[in-house]
Write a protein of this length. Structure first.
Length: 394
């Protein structure tokens, strides 16, 4: 069985991390794996290191980012013009590179941000598996160049669609018309690595000191959708009631929004307690120093960092919506909030000096991750491939 995987970008953020985890899990199956990327970058470096064959086929993602919902007529004309150019270029790419897909059994597209896999599948009459990992507008302010109906038209040509959470499935998959529609959670960690983490974390619980510094962390691209400002506002209230708390803001992002966070930090004299780390490639270093993760996004498709944190024994306080509420059970493996930064501050405070509650959340968080292992995800995807090939064979 030969599967060609298409990713829409080259950096090592959530979608590509999840793809690499999937490929790692599928390596134990009888699958000939090949990766197609639009350019070289971090993902090709990792692919080369892991001996994953890849091919660069330059293409455009037929989307644009719009900060506001409505645009003026001139902006719309410009967007349409650029959209037509990208579409025509992609048509040329398909004609030029279609033969590359001649011998594959399935084309697997890793995101709803690109159409190129659907074009190749249509041209070569290959089964298309489409992985939907984002809401689009709600989480990334993505608009399709030719409208959402155009995306739905191509989505309906897929043989199978995968949603990474119930929230994504209900919003973007449920109304589609492929042969197969499945909810398959991302695989974040191997079962063996999770068991190792469990043993280490439970051993360390005996040494937890209630008077130690308690560090909150918020991890991810810095923008208004990820809502780091709410975490910062809550921390401002919290540090007035506890002098042992700290906050790490991990990631990079829009300069204007980052500056707002820095200005707030300075205005409230929090420089000694709040750290802006920038991008950290070794995320393990963050989890080794964090006591609790904050997930303040209101539109998290699933929440990879939420599961990553839990796999390291770190409870999460998250906004009660979308994929986050599928992972966190309030009071069991973390906390949920939905009433703004004041409620968030109270939830944060409830962990700082309550050693027994904190230990219980840690244990339950580790147990929660059992359903997000690489093995479970890859087995589900492999079984889906078998169904797709059987359908294609008639």
């Amino acid at each position: 069985m030969k599967i060609i995987y298409i990713t829409h970008y080259t950096e090592l953020y959530g979608a590509n991390k999840s793809l690499l985890n999937l490929l790692s899990g599928l390596s134990s199956y009888d699958i000939d794996i090949h990766l197609v990327v639009p350019a070289t970058g971090k993902i090709t470096e990792i692919a080369a290191a892991k001996n994953i064959p890849y091919t660069v086929i330059p293409f455009y993602n037929e989307i644009h980012v719009r900060e506001k919902g409505n645009a003026g007529s001139i902006t719309k004309i410009k967007e349409t013009g650029k959209g037509v150019i990208k579409f025509l270029y992609n048509c040329y790419v398909v004609l030029k590179h279609a033969s590359f897909f001649k011998d594959c059994d399935i084309i697997h597209v890793n995101s709803s941000a690109t159409f190129i896999g659907a074009y190749f599948a249509w041209r070569m009459k290959k089964p298309l598996v489409w992985h939907i990992r984002e809401f689009g507008w709600a989480d990334y302010r993505i608009k399709y160049n030719f409208g959402y109906a155009y995306f739905q038209y191509w989505l309906n040509k897929a043989v199978a669609i995968i949603g990474i959470s119930k929230a994504i499935y209900d919003e973007r998959v449920a109304t589609a018309r492929p042969r197969y529609k499945e909810l398959i959670y991302n695989g974040i960690i191997s079962y063996q690595a999770l068991q190792h983490n469990k043993a280490e974390v439970l051993r360390m619980l005996d040494t937890v000191q209630t008077n130690a510094v308690f560090t909150f962390a918020i991890v991810g691209h810095i923008n208004s959708e990820k809502n780091q400002m709410e975490a910062l506002q809550a921390f401002h209230l919290l540090q007035q009631r506890s002098d042992k708390v700290r906050l790490m803001i991990v990631g990079t992002g829009a300069d204007a929004y980052v500056q707002q966070l820095i200005d707030f930090t300075r205005a409230h004299h929090l420089e000694d307690r709040v750290t802006f780390t920038g991008f950290i490639e070794d995320i393990e270093a963050v989890y080794s120093s964090a006591s609790c993760l904050l997930m303040c996004s209101k539109n998290e498709a699933l929440g990879r960092v939420t599961i990553e944190a839990m796999s390291h024994g770190i409870p999460v306080i998250g906004f009660n919506a979308a994929g986050t509420k599928e992972i966190i059970t309030d009071g069991y493996n973390g906390f949920l909030y939905d009433q703004g930064y004041r409620e968030l501050a109270e939830k944060m405070l409830s962990l700082v000096d309550n050693e027994s509650r904190y230990a219980s959340l840690i244990k339950n968080a580790l147990n929660t991750v059992e359903k997000y292992t690489i093995e479970q995800c890859s087995a589900s995807v492999y079984n889906l491939y078998l169904k797709c090939i059987k359908t294609a064979q008639g």
